[in-house]
Design a protein around this ligand. Structure first.
Ligand SMILES: Cc1cc2nc3c(=O)[nH]c(=O)nc-3n(C[C@H](O)[C@H](O)[C@H](O)COP(=O)(O)OP(=O)(O)OC[C@H]3O[C@@H](n4cnc5c(N)ncnc54)[C@H](O)[C@@H]3O)c2cc1C
Length: 427
């Protein structure tokens, strides 16, 4: 997008076309304006339109321009945080509620894909959280115990079973999460957009919201060439926010994350590497992730930005690592490479903000937004419809709190990933 081959990589090349949309021009009105065309905004638009509410979604660039079109495509059930920590951080009510909401979120993704016949390469064989060494094994065992205690369909697999599923003996075991899976992230976003339009929502792309003003009991939401008068505003612009809600970035530290995709692998190799197409990531602090797309491309990623010195360092590391994990790949070439920005909050959990009367939004998915964004969009729609009280949302209202030294911390992540990938790590 925006003629940048390193923004959306293989997803842009292989996604079905986006539905036809045009920039907002002139003035109009709606019940709800949604700001941002990622999973949160699109899911909110879809669910509101299905309930008969007039919803207009304004997207600054294109559908899926933010995280939704750049990510790995792992549909996760939960956050990074250990489940048992959430009640401690959020209190017992919100902690358990958020866990329950996020745990069920992958199911909603599956249901929406099926209901709206979204062609997004969805795979339902689960994810494998790969244990690196003894410490990794202890971590996934603990995670498994905590999730199983909450009824989640998870299981620790032995090193042998992991090797059989992954096609590599590099791991000490893995946590299989059968709730989870993978999809083509941009195709999913475009499919949600198509479904939302079919349900009656209007989507304007190339329509960055630049300002808002109070207009009696309503809001006037302005873009460069138009305005919408609406009763509610859903802020779903997340880490890629520009304009009036750019401040949500202040409570997130930038964590860059890159991916490299091979060309479709030969049939014999595809029979060995991830024949079940589970999505994978490992327990290292600077983690790696990999998954297959439907055509048999291996998508391999880790922390870092493909810019300046990072480009050559991370590319060389990715080649080395793949050769180490899957020796049969040899000196593999990459067809596409891209990176995006994940926003990490101070406690690795999302936030709910009521920015002003009838102006609400969730943000801070910490690199876990496919299922959470989808479910939160639907919950926000029910909140606006009056079916879920503010006190019954999965998170309490908080103010946007700037993270001290956030730019420095972001630079540290980027430099740290380069150093690790240059010298500190064999795979
Ligand atoms: C490299 C990478 C890998 C990731 N991997 C995974 C993964 O494997 N699994 C997972 O679950 N999550 C993953 N994530 C996180 C996930 O992509 C995000 O959490 C998710 O996209 C959030 O969805 P969203 O709709 O809230 O925001 P986004 O998808 O970021 O969408 C926000 C949209 O708002 C628009 N916008 C911003 N400002 C304005 C404005 N003023 N007016 C109008 N529109 C505006 C932006 O252009 C953007 O399109 C990853 C993210 C990245 C970057």
């Amino acid at each position: 997008m925006l003629d940048d081959p390193r923004s959306h990589g293989v997803w842009e090349r292989t996604a079905p076309p986006a539905p036809e949309t045009a920039p907002l021009a002139g003035s109009t009105s709606a019940d709800v304006v949604i700001v941002g065309g990622g999973y949160t905004g699109l899911s909110a638009a879809l669910h509101l339109a299905e309930a008969g509410v007039k919803a207009i979604l304004l997207e600054a660039v294109e559908i899926g321009f933010g995280g939704a079109g750049r990510n790995v495509g792992l549909i996760n059930g939960g956050m990074w945080t250990m489940p048992a920590e959430l009640p401690g951080v959020l209190g017992p009510v919100y902690g358990e509620r958020l866990l329950d909401t996020l745990g069920k979120a992958p199911l909603l993704v599956r249901e929406l894909v099926e209901k709206h016949d979204i062609a997004c390469q969805i795979e339902k064989n689960g994810t494998l959280h790969l244990a690196v060494g003894k410490g990794g094994l202890e971590e996934i065992r603990e995670r498994c115990q905590q999730w199983s205690g909450r009824g989640a369909d998870v299981e620790v697999l032995s090193a042998e079973e992991t090797a059989r599923r992954v096609g590599s003996s590099a791991y000490a075991g893995s946590l299989l999460d059968r709730r989870a899976g993978t999809l083509q992230p941009l195709a999913y976003a475009r499919g949600l957009a198509k479904a939302a339009i079919a349900a009656g929502a209007t989507i304007h792309t190339g329509s960055a919201v630049v300002s808002t003003e109070r207009d009696g009991g309503r809001w006037l939401v302005k873009t460069a060439n138009g305005s919408v008068s609406a009763g509610w505003i859903v802020v779903a612009s997340e880490f890629y926010s520009t304009g009036p809600w750019e401040m949500v970035r202040n409570e997130q530290v930038l964590l860059p994350y890159f991916n490299f995709a091979t060309a479709p692998l030969p049939e014999d190799i595809r029979r060995k590497i991830l024949p079940g197409r589970e999505g994978c990531w490992d327990t290292k602090e600077i983690l790696s992730s990999f998954r297959m797309d439907q055509a048999g491309r291996l998508v391999f990623g880790s922390v870092g930005a493909l810019r300046n010195t990072g480009l050559a360092i991370h590319r060389a590391w990715a080649k080395r690592s793949l050769r180490r994990i899957f020796p049969e790949l040899g000196d593999i070439a990459f067809e596409t490479e891209w990176y995006g920005h994940i926003g990490m909050t101070s406690n690795a959990l999302p936030r709910f903000h009521r920015f002003a009367p009838n102006v609400v939004g969730f943000s801070g998915y910490n690199g876990r937004g496919i299922a959470p964004g989808t479910v939160i969009g639907s919950i926000l729609s029910r909140h606006i419809l009056g079916k879920v009280e503010e006190a019954d949302l999965p998170l309490p209202v908080t103010d946007v709190k700037r993270i001290p030294l956030r730019n420095l911390k972001g630079a540290y992540y980027e430099a740290g990933a380069q150093i690790t990938h240059l010298v500190g790590e064999r795979f």
